[in-house]
Design a protein around this ligand. Structure first.
Ligand code: NAD
Ligand code: ZN
Length: 350
């Protein structure tokens, strides 16, 4: 079948590739509709590796996906042919210790689409475990369905933060993930979110949402703004979503005593942290690795109209133009939050 294949660093091809198509009794067969381009897809394209994951052989890209069920295995009860769905890209070992603990996202045996050597889903159809396939509410489009994956990272961050109603949160970094985290924090009960970045364009997009205030750190000091906005007390929660080493400097200075820092961004190298500043506040620190058990809740929020991800879809490309879509993504235009690829527009009527 035709797929978007990363041949090696910097070289993409839209070409035929042999992929396994056997469907087991607990699987569903899905015709892909929309696939979003993630920062990780772009990084594999431009750098060929993320940490220990190295592209050593041609790999199909794409893991933020929605589509239509076109076949169901004998044991599948909750899905039927014709259902519009989105899929969790990570498949854990169901019998692993991590899965039994409910933390299947950190199962060392998890396989994750478009993470070498596992192929992604910029393909016309795929086979996936029904247990990790979720029906879209009628009010949720395929495009929004393909946004659930990055939003799920925000949901996980909100969950890890243990938000209390009325909390104030600071989100550092207004990239795609920072905006997802800010929206999940608001949906999870935060009264307001202050979001920082150095890009005025990114901040303007984030601040388009009610409840989110942008702070341009080129123009003002984040600790000063937070002190002013919280009468010197500090914010209840800091979500670090930039992965930028300089951002780590102020993490605890802006936090209230007993507050929580949630690390979402992934600095490429080890960074220094002000442990004394953290202990002086006896703060709680949490980390986020992808997500577990949040897809259904994410869909419930989007379906209920409490979270609107549509304004974050910056452009949609036809499957034939997938390479152009990746070139645009690699440009990293500040106005682009999410670029998506329409794999099979034929199923739009469903
Ligand atoms: P992105 O590059 O789109 O966003 C990062 C943003 O941070 C940019 O807008 C940048 O201008 C801003 N930034 C840089 N330095 C800053 C500073 N000092 N203060 C405030 N903002 C600053 O990337 P993204 O796709 O949004 O991902 C963000 C981070 O989250 C990355 O490190 C990524 O690897 C990580 N990530 C983690 C998980 C996870 O499961 N933990 C999942 C997805 C992505
Ligand atoms: Zn992603």
């Amino acid at each position: 079948m035709k797929a978007l294949v990363l041949e090696r660093v910097g070289e993409l091809a839209l070409r035929d590739i042999d992929l396994p198509t056997r469907m087991g009794p607990d699987d569903v067969r899905i015709r892909l509709h929309t696939v979003g381009i993630c920062g990780s897809d772009v990084h594999y394209y431009t750098h060929g590796r993320i940490g220990d994951f190295v592209v050593n052989a041609p790999m199909v890209l794409g893991h933020e996906a929605s589509g239509t069920v076109i076949g169901v295995g004998a044991n599948v009860r909750h899905l039927a042919v014709g259902d519009r769905v989105c899929m969790e890209p990570g498949i854990p070992d169901p019998t692993s210790r991590a899965t039994k603990l409910g933390i299947y996202n950190v199962d060392p045996a998890v396989t994750f689409w478009a993470t070498p050597p596992v192929h992604g889903v910029l393909v016309p159809e795929t086979v996936h475990p029904a247990a990790f396939t979720y029906r879209l509410p009628d009010t949720v489009s395929f495009a929004e369905g393909a946004m659930v994956e990055p939003f799920a990272v925000g949901m996980q961050a909100a969950k890890r933060a243990r938000i209390e109603p009325g909390d104030t949160a600071v989100v550092i970094g207004a990239g795609t993930i920072g905006i997802m985290v800010a929206l999940a924090a608001l949906a999870g009960g935060c009264a307001r979110v202050l979001i920082s970045d150095l890009s005025a364009t990114k901040l303007a997009i984030a601040a388009g949402y009610k409840g989110i205030t942008g702070i341009n750190i080129r123009e003002m000091s984040l600790p000063e703004v937070v002190a002013r906005e919280t009468e010197g007390w500090g914010t209840d929660i800091v979500f670090e979503c930039s992965g930028a080493a300089p951002a780590m400097k102020d993490l605890f200075r802006i936090l209230r005593p007993g507050g929580t820092v949630v690390f979402v961004g992934l600095p490429p190298d080890p960074v220094a942290l002000d442990i004394s500043g953290a202990t002086a506040r006896e703060c709680r620190m949490e980390t986020v690795f992808r997500y577990a058990n949040v897809y259904d809740r994410a869909l419930a929020l989007i379906g209920a109209g409490k979270v609107d991800l549509k304004p974050l879809i910056s452009a949609t490309f036809p499957f034939e133009d997938s390479i152009a879509a990746f070139e645009r993504a690699a440009e990293a235009r500040p106005e682009d939050v999410k670029l998506q690829i329409l794999v099979n527009p034929a199923s739009e009527a469903e």
